[in-house]
Design a protein around this ligand. Structure first.
Ligand SMILES: Cc1cc2nc3c(=O)[nH]c(=O)nc-3n(C[C@H](O)[C@H](O)[C@H](O)COP(=O)(O)OP(=O)(O)OC[C@H]3O[C@@H](n4cnc5c(N)ncnc54)[C@H](O)[C@@H]3O)c2cc1C
Length: 461
């Protein structure tokens, strides 16, 4: 990498409209730090873009000076590719506009938007599209890897609802991608994880949702975990598209609806959301209460935007996080036994194992329709290792890896690229699955020098 001279940076600054941050700036540490505190990298320069023109300038500057680039949306990616050592961090997090066309039920979103930015803007019109379950996550990274959340069983993966994208390519060109224009690029963007260019605008399809939805939690004691999980596995195979139920096992936070004696103890919880008429939803969720003798529940009709933020307090920035994830078509007894075994020995109070339900509409799209190919995944399991101090790393990482290895025999093909950690390079091709070959050909066409390589990287064919 070339050494950056002050004169070079001054020349870049003369045209750049956003903020330029250097290592001796007061805000440098705050801006370079991403969600996962386990990642601690120091870029030579951070370009905080405010327009597409800024992004083009940043790409051209990095090319001229042979700099490694890292693209940051909202900085949530567990693998930490949003930040690099020494090179240029192209930070998009200031670009937050959301333009809604309520008549056409479409929204055009800039790449610095969090899920909260998006949800708030579109819910003002009673609209939404499937996004994730933690409102501080970035729309950009989530979409480029696939994207799923409470609405996915009804409306599909986030990528299934992408209508078009504006992209700055590796040579600094601006192109539009849709089914009609640059269709090959559009295919690759929908699951190719930011390998093919920098998306400056995402255009999404929206649907009427809420604004109030039936949603909440039912919490069972851990000694009922096995039975609750078995019933969860059966129930979720047959539930209607409008209903989504996830399962999480962890130590109980001190939630006011749980008895004090259960705080800090292992438990198993069902988290649910019904994207339809709440009265109808009440009837459908009634059997969940009979899965055991609940410690407590907190279910009601609340704004969709509030439910989208419900897990934010457990997922704040700044902790050390290490994840391992598998896809499943079915939750079999073997994986239930493994979950129960490892949930009983959580290495920290913040660790959890969750099963996110997808399926229904996510499985009705052809596996080769776009780069996201895991259409047989009905569940995404994530073992979420999370703790505060580096001294806990070894123990927490070992727990996550051992759980991962023991649950692997029950997993199906593919993996969710947005849940891969930095040490899973050997799983990247497996995660892209049947799309990997075509993605590497597209990489050769759109980024032959692998300029965009801080990502779940696809090498040019
Ligand atoms: C607490 C938490 C909860 C989550 N919950 C869910 C969930 O419910 N559902 C789900 O699907 N996922 C979920 N995720 C995973 C999430 O989808 C990924 O972490 C995603 O990468 C986050 O996007 P970001 O923009 O914040 O990431 P960043 O770290 O900013 O970016 C990730 C990568 O995406 C690429 N990228 C980002 N922006 C652009 C762009 N504009 N153009 C090209 N490439 C770009 C870059 O390669 C970058 O390294 C969750 C993550 C966290 C930490």
């Amino acid at each position: 990498m070339a050494i950056l001279q002050k004169a070079n940076i001054d020349e870049f600054k003369a045209h750049f409209q956003g903020n330029m941050i250097l290592p001796d700036d007061t805000h440098y540490d705050e801006v370079r730090q991403i969600w996962n505190a386990m990642i601690d990298r120091r870029p030579a320069l951070i370009a905080r873009c405010t327009s597409t023109e800024d992004i083009v300038l940043a790409v051209q500057f990095a090319r001229r000076h042979d700099l490694v680039v890292a693209i940051r949306g909202s900085g949530h990616n567990i693998a930490g590719n949003a930040v690099c050592d020494d090179g240029l961090m192209i930070d998009l997090s200031l670009m937050k506009s959301v333009k809604v066309d309520p008549e056409a039920r479409r929204a055009t979103v800039e790449p610095g938007c969090t899920l909260a930015d998006f949800d708030m803007a579109v819910q003002a019109h009673g609209l939404a599209t499937p996004l994730g379950i933690n409102s501080t996550t970035g729309v950009a990274g989530l979409t480029l890897g696939g994207g799923f959340g409470w609405l996915s069983r009804k409306y599909g993966m986030t990528v299934d609802n992408l209508i078009s994208a504006d992209v700055v390519t590796a040579d600094g060109e601006q192109v539009h991608a849709s089914e009609e224009e640059n269709a090959d690029l559009f295919w690759g963007l929908r699951g190719g994880g930011g390998n093919l260019g920098i998306v400056t605008h995402f255009e999404f399809q929206l649907y009427p949702v809420g604004p109030n939805v039936l949603s909440g939690l039912i919490v069972f004691p851990f000694d009922q975990a096995k039975s609750v999980m078995k019933q969860f596995a059966q129930f979720t195979e047959k539930m209607p598209d409008e209903l989504n139920v996830w399962l999480v096992t962890r130590k109980a936070p001190p939630l006011p609806f749980l008895p004090e004696h259960s705080h800090g103890k292992e438990m198993v919880a069902l988290a649910l959301c019904y994207a339809g008429n709440p009265a109808q939803g009440e009837k459908l969720i009634a059997p969940l209460r009979g899965f055991g003798t609940a410690l407590g529940e907190h279910i009601g009709v609340q704004p969709y935007t509030a439910w989208q933020q419900a897990f934010d307090p457990l997922l704040t920035k700044g902790a050390r996080n290490y994840w391992k994830s598998h896809n499943f078509t079915r939750i079999e007894d073997g994986v239930i036994d493994t979950i129960v075994k490892y949930a009983a020995i959580l290495p920290s109070p913040q660790c959890e194992i969750f099963i996110g339900s997808i399926g229904a509409q996510t499985g009705r799209v052809a596996p080769d329709a776009m780069a996201y190919a895991s259409r047989d995944a009905n569940y995404v399991l994530n073992v979420h290792g999370r703790w505060e101090s580096p001294a806990e790393d070894d123990c927490g990482i070992a727990w996550a890896r051992e759980f991962f290895a023991e649950s692997q025999p029950f997993a199906s093909g593919g993996a969710y690229i947005n849940f891969l950690t930095q040490d899973e390079i050997d799983r990247i091709a497996f995660a892209y699955g049947p799309a990997h070959k075509r993605l590497s050909e597209l990489k050769k066409k759109y980024d032959p020098t692998n300029f965009f390589r801080m990502n779940q990287n696809i090498k040019p064919a």
